[in-house]
Design a protein around this ligand. Structure first.
Ligand code: NAP
Length: 286
């Protein structure tokens, strides 16, 4: 990682509220204050309001970015090239959406942001990543749980060390089709798993992180990591009572942004500074 005195260009997606907002707030407060922070927001107005709430720091800029739109991703990439020197040190893929209903349309929408959005954005931005940069994909421990509750065969598919993006896309597409036919069990998923669709989007993000880390390992010494912010009270869960404040989630995410390289394993999944078990290391036998 760059030393604290070096300037880093950091993009945080979905930063107009919730955990993403707390991340950019903490980054803006960092003592060096040398960072250029790009506050990603799909809606301009919400992003502008967030900037105002943060006191419009001069080193923070709004980047309109809708993860469900390839055009928006391409436009944001061009903007980074034109306005911010075409370089990035850290990308925090924080934006996500979650719905409880089991419909194909909602499943498609959730995967388009939570999985395909991250995948497409990372493909666009990887060429801009600087030496020793970090790509941080925000997942959730429920992505591990949903596979723990799934068949051994399905666990093995997700955890295969040679899994390719095409094979992962196929797992995702098969799952989305199963939402339409209510045939989760045939694929090996447990239909009683909590927040089934959302959780599978996060299982896919954890697997995607491992693939990206493998694909890009060696190139510019960039680390690709996934991280769970822990259960935090935000709009995503209707500010669930008993959940911890969003700023704790931001700390969990910022750990993998700032920890020395020697404390991190490329492609792995973290929460609150701890390495979580990887998919396939969960010993379920069914
Ligand atoms: N909260 C938790 O307990 C918890 C637990 C585990 C993991 N996570 C993960 O932590 C991350 C942050 O979640 P949060 O709890 O802070 O949720 P949140 O308060 O609902 O914030 C989600 C953010 O994502 C943005 N977003 C949604 N769809 C988007 C799209 N198509 N393009 C760009 N941005 C989009 C939202 O923008 P709008 O304001 O425009 O909707 C918002 O800024 C997510 O990846 C979530 O899955 C959260």
């Amino acid at each position: 990682m760059s030393s604290a005195s070096q300037q880093r260009v950091i993009l945080v997606t979905g930063a107009n509220k919730g955990i993403g907002f707390e991340i950019v707030k903490k980054l803006a407060e960092e003592s060096s204050n040398n960072n250029v922070i790009l506050l990603g927001s799909r809606e301009l107005k919400r992003g502008q309001d967030a900037l105002v709430r943060l006191g419009s720091p001069s080193h923070m800029h709004l980047l309109q970015l809708d993860l469900s739109s390839r055009e928006s991703i391409a436009r944001a990439t061009d903007e980074i090239k034109c306005k911010y020197g075409g370089r990035l040190d850290v990308v925090i893929n924080n934006a996500a959406t979650g719905e409880l209903e089991l419909t194909v349309d909602l499943a498609r929408e959730m995967f388009s942001v939570n999985y395909y959005g991250i995948k497409t954005l990372n493909e666009h931005l990887f060429p801009l990543m600087q030496e020793n940069g970090r790509v941080v994909n925000v997942a959730s421990a429920c992505g591990l749980t949903v596979l723990y509750e799934a068949s051994k065969d399905l666990q093995e598919k997700y955890s295969l060390s040679t899994l390719t993006i095409e094979e992962l896309d196929r797992l995702v597409e098969d799952f989305i089709s199963a939402v339409g036919t209510n045939s989760f069990e045939e694929l090996g998923y447990n239909p009683r798993s909590s927040y089934l669709i959302y959780s599978v989007t996060k299982a896919a993000v954890i697997a995607l992180t491992r693939i990206e880390a493998r694909q890009w390992s060696g190139a510019k010494n960039v680390l690709v990591l996934s991280v769970c912010p822990g259960f935090c009270a935000t709009d995503l869960n209707k500010n669930a009572p008993g959940a911890r404040p969003a700023e704790f989630g931001a700390d969990s995410i910022l750990y993998v942004v700032n920890a020395p390289e020697t404390r991190l394993e490329n492609g792995c999944f973290y929460r609150d500074g701890q390495l979580l078990p990887q998919i396939g290391m969960m010993n379920r036998k069914n």
